[in-house]
Design a protein around this ligand. Structure first.
Ligand code: 48F
Length: 261
């Protein structure tokens, strides 16, 4: 008989391996230190910084892929830019880049994004993909204590066939890293607990500093990072430059570490 290349393992073993591995992780992450909603550059950066300190982090992402706007950068051209000192983070993540003009650096989107994702995974963060943030858990004095989630495809089905109740995950902290939509902060706004301002017109030189400076706890138990910061506080948008996303993610992790202590 011809010698086989692969080990003789059948369909049932494959299915069992997927289901049991998923269940093990899901059960473990029903409770965590920090849930990050949104797996774009700011969320991944925050997740990496927290997980590498041994903090239990789950990143909830509504898409099948991670990376948000970091893959394609500006104008569907697969190039991402950072202004100094953002290149220091590129170096830390071992992402090759070139200096375009003094203090402005360009990297390939796929290379930059895949390195950031890999670094976040290596640090120990876990992911719930195709999972959409639906609502918050609020406890005494409206402190944020976790998130309500559902499978993303549920939200795409017609209303009359989607009587599917969501489930909830508890965490000590939640980080809103959902980009311009600021979905988590907006849930608090729906309940009259916060007032968002909506992001302003583009002004790259102003916005990057302001986003990093405003990154922090927007409500007890809820930290806001990345472009969600601009939407929350009415700051100018910044366009296809990403240094502030990386530094904002780092700052969000610093704030989270202090609060968890
Ligand atoms: O949009 P996104 O990349 O946010 P970011 O980290 O970075 C912004 C930049 O990409 C760019 C910019 C500055 O350079 O202007 O836009 O602030 O990533 C946000 C992630 O959150 C996910 C979304 O799919 C994306 O991957 N997301 C958004 N809403 C939800 C969500 C939700 N309700 N549930 C789960 N994930």
């Amino acid at each position: 008989m011809k010698k086989r290349i692969f080990t003789p393992v059948g369909e049932k073993e494959v299915t069992r391996a997927i289901v049991s591995s998923f269940l093990k992780q899901f059960t473990e992450y029903v409770e965590s230190d920090c849930i990050i909603v949104g797996g774009g550059p700011s969320g991944l950066m925050a997740g990496r910084e927290l997980a590498k300190e041994g903090i239990k982090v789950l990143i909830v992402e509504r898409n099948n892929y991670l990376g948000g706007g970091f893959w394609i950068g500006g104008y569907l051209m697969n190039k991402v830019t950072v202004r100094g000192p953002g290149e220091k983070v590129l170096e830390e993540l071992d992402i090759p880049y070139e200096e375009a003009t003094k203090g402005l650096y360009v990297a390939d989107g796929p290379h930059a994004c895949s390195k950031l994702i890999a670094s976040c995974c290596d640090a120990g963060a876990k992911f719930a993909n195709m999972t959409i943030f639906d609502d918050l858990i609020l406890r005494e004095e409206n402190r944020v204590a976790g998130v309500v989630i559902n499978w993303t495809p549920i939200s795409a089905l017609p209303r009359e066939i989607t009587c599917v109740d969501p489930v909830a995950l508890e965490s000590k902290l939640v980080i809103d890293a959902t980009g311009h939509d600021a979905c988590v902060v907006r849930k608090l706004e729906e309940r009259g607990l916060i007032k968002t301002r909506g992001f302003g017109a583009m002004w790259v030189e102003r916005s990057e500093d302001l986003v990093v400076e405003h990154t922090g706890e927007a409500h007890p138990g809820l930290i806001v990072t990345g472009m969600a910061v601009a939407t929350t506080y009415g700051l100018p948008r910044m366009g296809p430059t990403f240094g502030a996303m990386l530094l904002s993610g780092k700052r969000a992790a610093e704030v989270a570490k202090k609060l968890l202590r």
